[in-house]
Design a protein around this ligand. Structure first.
Ligand code: MG
Length: 386
């Protein structure tokens, strides 16, 4: 067993800390070469001390014993085998491309990078022979189901008919639709099954998260949008399903614990015994499935539609969603405004056919400005006496 050199981008977030927990529980398998974090100075310092990390990319003070380098340099350091991308938004877009260009294996938990720049990222990975592996539970499930079939790398082969992503439905899956406009940020953050970061938990409640995952699946596995479905599955035990041309389906099951897909990406192609609790189907009893109610989740179709339109439409949708989620979390706009502004931003957006990195960054900036202005008008209108 050789030791793998690891870089974790976003080490103090939800996926970052769970990644380091996997490392902690598999002693001798990994060396942490570098960590990147934005805000949580104290936690970063503890991580640097615990894992004897020589390099960090941080916007805060350098923890004792570590050297600060830019994120794009961190991923290219000698001895780095795997780069875990667990940063929010597209802050790690350039670092992800740099890692792939350097031939590093990239395990990505970040959705926005592939949503905004899927064509670019997949192309760079292909040209540099670098592996791009999913950490998201749904995509890890699909990847595991595809292993041993006829694709190349993680790309689906001709034997695959459809991908079926499962969705928990988020915090408001049982709330009467007419009450959604009054739903609070606190309630949105009470996810029924998964423990995740704030942004992704709110995205789970609007199902924007699942729309991003459809786009992510399209790029990771090379499957057209009309062959990717979503099904609601309350228990989050079946993590996703692959249907084959012979009518057979494969699903991957496990308890909802993000450390399972993280560990799989880190130790691949090996499976190793780790901290993950075993599934006891007899105790779970029932697994339920239902179609998506699009009246409850209007953001879902809007964002998948943006993905189908190509160009920078998905980047714009994601950026507008980002702005809206932040304002909703701060109590400034309503839950239902999130989907409304995403729809408006897509309708107002114009895109080039084959966007460059600069086009993508520009599209995101335009969509952010649009969303801020649109939501400000909405807040003003709501405050005006009628
Ligand atoms: Mg997911």
């Amino acid at each position: 067993m050789s030791t793998r050199g690891l870089v974790v981008l976003g080490s103090t977030g939800s996926i970052g800390t769970q990644t380091l927990d996997v490392v902690r529980r598999l002693p001798g398998r990994f060396r942490v070469v570098g960590l990147a974090a934005r805000a949580n100075e104290r936690l970063l310092a503890r991580q640097v001390a615990e894992f004897a990390v020589p390099y960090v990319a941080a916007e805060c003070h350098a923890p004792v014993g570590a050297r600060v380098v830019p994120m794009e340099e961190l991923v290219r350091l000698p001895g780095v085998d795997v780069v875990v991308v667990a940063t929010p938004g597209t802050s790690a877009l350039r670092a992800t491309l740099a890692a792939l260009e350097a031939g590093r294996r990239v395990a990505t938990a970040n959705k926005e990078v592939l949503v905004a720049a899927g064509a670019l990222v997949v192309d760079v990975a292909r040209r540099h022979g670098a592996e791009l592996l999913p950490v998201d539970s749904e995509h890890s499930a699909i990847w595991q189901c595809l292993r041993g079939e006829d694709g190349t790398g993680i790309t689906a082969g001709r034997s695959v008919d459809r991908l079926v992503l499962t969705a928990s439905g988020g915090a408001f899956r049982d709330l009467p639709i007419e009450e959604l406009s009054r739903a609070t940020p606190d309630a949105a953050l009470r996810h029924p099954v998964w423990t995740m970061g704030q942004k992704v938990t709110i995205d789970a409640a609007t199902l924007a998260n699942k729309a991003f995952e459809v786009i992510e699946a399209h790029w990771l596995f090379g499957v057209p949008y009309d062959r990717i479905d979503v099904v609601l599955h309350r228990e989050s035990v079946v993590h996703s399903i692959v249907q084959f041309v012979d009518g057979s389906s494969k699903a991957q099951l496990g308890l909802p614990d993000m450390r399972a897909p993280i560990q799989y990406a880190l130790t691949y192609p090996e499976r190793v015994a780790g901290p993950i609790q075993r599934l006891d189907l007899g105790r779970i009893g029932t697994l339920s499935f239902a179609p998506v109610d699009h009246r409850r989740y209007p953001a879902f179709q809007a964002i998948v539609g943006a993905g189908r339109m190509g160009g920078t439409y998905a980047a714009a949708a994601s950026a507008a969603n980002d702005v809206a989620v932040e304002l909703f979390a701060g109590g400034q706009v309503r839950f239902t405004d999130i989907a409304s502004v995403v729809e408006a931003a897509i309708a107002a957006h114009d895109s080039t056919q084959h966007p460059t990195l600069d086009d993508i960054v520009d599209a995101e900036q335009r969509a952010r400005a649009f969303a801020r202005a649109w939501l400000a008008r909405r807040v003003e209108a709501a405050a005006r006496p009628s």
